[in-house]
Design a protein around this ligand. Structure first.
Ligand SMILES: [Zn+2]
Length: 303
């Protein structure tokens, strides 16, 4: 695994003005998400994205992928841009409507690679996805790209005051860019509480695709050392009932009774009520000065 600074910018500079013009033109000079005319051009793979290297190592992005081309641009208004770029709690994402195409493509590609470990993964390009949707008559011949699902995870458009406009805004629409870049944003949402907004079938397809890309059938883990650290031994993978796991080889008669343990010990374990106190106090009212000195004096001793 190559070393990298996880916060390194994926590009040294932003989009050129010409690229921005072209991305706006591809969106008919309106926000791709909410259709308002005031747009900027957002990077789908952000300029600072700590995951880029691992996506490259998984051959999901080519090593020479240029993230400042129109394939990585989407025209968004300032509000949608802000919600799209809120990586901790995204309010808007988009990803290919036909996830099954990507799942099937990957399964076929894994079969291809299984016969020759030296082969590099192939993933669908924007052109592959568009061609597939043209073949299935899903998009018109003059479409700019394949169809994408437009997903608002927060009801922020016009402050959420006009729910009647949402069915129109949530319709699928075409996008010209790199579909794998959009999946980078979609997979991230699987780890947020707002994932409930996606229909179960869509969630399942996204999870399946993520599994295929990062877990299943990898000839060599991206990081073999850490991968090996977390392999479970056969004994720890046995499917014993939970109760048995918790009390191995003890018949009910031999089980120590909790009451006896409590009565035989002299330690002053916190009761449920003062457990809560311990969570809220660093030094509770019951702590003596001597105890404070014992607790903290090592921190102030000369090294
Ligand atoms: Zn917008």
């Amino acid at each position: 695994m190559s070393s990298y600074n996880e916060n390194q910018p994926v590009n040294s500079s932003a989009f050129s003005e010409l690229t921005k013009l072209e991305v706006r033109r591809a969106a008919d000079n309106a926000c791709w998400a909410c259709q308002t005319p005031d747009t900027d051009v957002a990077h789908v793979i952000a300029q600072v994205d700590g995951q880029v290297q691992i996506w490259k190592e998984a051959a999901l992005f080519n090593s020479d992928t240029d993230f400042k081309t129109i394939a990585n641009g989407i025209a968004l208004c300032p509000t949608c841009y802000r919600n799209f770029d809120n990586t901790a709690d995204p309010g808007f994402i988009f990803f290919p409507t036909d996830l099954q195409f990507f799942i099937d493509f990957e399964i076929n590609d894994q079969d291809r690679r299984r016969n020759d470990a030296g082969l590099r993964r192939r993933v669908p390009t924007a052109e592959d996805y568009k061609a597939h949707q043209l073949r299935t008559n899903t998009i018109p011949s003059d479409a700019k790209g394949g169809l994408y699902r437009c997903v608002f995870l927060k009801n922020f458009v016009l402050g959420g005051r006009f729910p009647a406009i949402m069915p129109d805004l949530c319709k699928h629409r075409t996008w010209h860019g790199n579909p794998i870049a959009s999946l980078r944003r979609a997979f991230a949402v699987l780890g947020t509480p707002r994932v409930y907004i996606l229909d179960k079938r869509i969630r399942d397809d996204l999870e399946k695709l993520r599994y295929l890309y990062f877990v299943a059938d990898q000839p060599k883990p991206i990081d073999s050392l850490l991968y090996d650290m977390y392999r479970l031994t056969p004994s720890t993978t046995s499917k014993r009932p939970l109760e048995e796991e918790q009390q191995p080889s003890q018949s009910p008669s031999k089980k120590p009774k909790l009451d006896n343990i409590e009565s035989n010990t002299n330690d002053r374990r916190p009761t449920p009520s003062n457990s809560r106190t311990h969570l809220h106090w660093v030094l509770g009212p019951e702590v003596t000065t001597n105890q404070v000195i014992q607790m903290y004096s090592p921190l102030f001793s000369p090294a």
